[in-house]
Design a protein around this ligand. Structure first.
Ligand code: AMP
Ligand code: MG
Length: 352
């Protein structure tokens, strides 16, 4: 299959762009797949109410079929039509954070096929904050099932070229809307438990949710690397976000971290390995390796969220055998950053 790539600027959805989005919507209505930008990462979209479309999504990504998809809507009324009942907490959270990087889990009704929910009686729903995404959802009938638009296990795509790398030839269309704003997937909160529970940390932090709901819990398995329990979001149990080479996170005082990474890097290079280092704006000049990249500034963690997956992908493109990364503060958005980084490293952490 030939994959058509269409460029659309979110800030300038003119007549031509609207026409292209209508065509893309038709592709989805007919059971085809379209990769598209959201504010978090690129999504691989199919009709969420069509079981055949969901099956195609799993096939294109090589995703295990027990890993449920997130259903994307463009207006709040459409949520009520696919859930048993909409909890009060969902109303409050949607008022506060939608459209935005928050996914809510509710009990599904019969309209949502089990193929979309990985066999679960619950469904994950989100309204993305991206005009291209919202218009595409509208044009395709109101419900797009969309996981991240990458081959299962690889870092999520933050630019269209990475969707092309993973999915070209396997899907009908890719909408190139430039680099995404946030760069990490949505926060997932389960509203079917008595106290709402965070199943995946993201840009909407625990404190932000607590402010709206009063009470919030967190699935410990996603932040505690020693936990042997199964995470409640099926997707969190899989190897994920992983670059092709070996990645190690180094934790400790800055001076020691730099010293350790430089000495390990020198050893690996001596063995003929290609070495990449993930530092920050304030440390990048202190490292020696084949390639040193900054993921942003510690003072503004949003920059780190924005760059992390991109840097991991670039290291793949550049053929790194070994990578070292600094560690980040585990609070606020840092919780999401460390959750992704730890998974990318397969929990390979050196504590100094
Ligand atoms: P992705 O779309 O690649 O960001 O992955 C979606 C994430 O949402 C995966 O980790 C899923 O396991 C999780 N998820 C989707 N639906 C549900 C659900 N009904 N219950 C729990 N987790 C879910
Ligand atoms: Mg994903």
């Amino acid at each position: 299959m030939e994959t058509k790539v269409v460029k659309i600027e979110e800030k300038n959805i003119d007549e031509k762009a609207a026409e292209a989005l209508k065509k893309a919507g038709d592709v989805i209505k007919k059971g085809g797949l379209v990769a598209f930008p959201t504010e978090t990462v690129y999504g691989l979209g199919g009709d969420a109410l069509n079981p055949e479309s969901s099956k195609k999504i799993y096939a294109a990504k090589g995703r295990p079929s027990d890993n449920p998809l997130i259903v994307h809507v463009y207006r709040i009324e459409d949520v009520e039509k696919i859930v048993e009942d909409m909890p009060e907490a969902a109303r409050k959270l949607s008022d506060a954070f939608w459209p935005g990087p928050l996914t809510m889990i509710m009990n599904k009704n019969e309209k949502v096929p089990y193929e979309t929910t990985g066999g679960l009686d619950t469904v994950a729903i989100r309204m993305p904050n991206n005009k291209i995404a919202l218009e595409l959802i509208r044009q395709s009938g109101g419900y797009i099932a969309a996981p991240s638009a990458n081959t299962s296990g690889r870092p999520s795509p933050t630019i269209a070229r990475y969707c092309e790398e993973d999915l070209s030839g396997k899907i009908e269309m890719i909408i190139d809307g430039g680099q995404v704003g946030i760069g990490l997937e949505s926060t997932i909160v389960d509203l079917t438990s008595e106290v709402p529970m965070i199943l995946r940390p993201g840009y909407i932090t625990a404190d932000m949710l607590k402010e709206v709901l009063g009470e919030i819990s967190i699935d410990r398995t996603i932040i505690d690397s020693t936990s042997t329990q199964k995470p409640k979001a099926p997707g969190m149990k899989y190897k994920h976000y992983a670059p092709k080479g070996d990645l190690m996170i180094v934790q400790g005082a800055q001076e020691k971290v730099v010293e350790y990474i430089n000495s390990e890097s020198a050893k690996a290079m001596e063995q003929g390995k290609k070495v990449g280092i993930i530092g920050t704006e304030s440390t990048k000049m202190l490292y020696k390796a084949d390639v040193v990249k900054s993921v942003g500034s510690r003072e503004d963690e949003k920059t780190i969220a924005h760059e992390l997956f991109k840097v991991l992908r670039e290291f793949d493109d550049e053929g790194m055998d070994v990578m070292f990364s600094e560690s980040f503060d585990d609070s606020g958005i840092g919780q999401a950053i460390m959750n992704r980084l730890l998974k990318a490293a397969g929990h390979n952490v050196k504590v100094l």
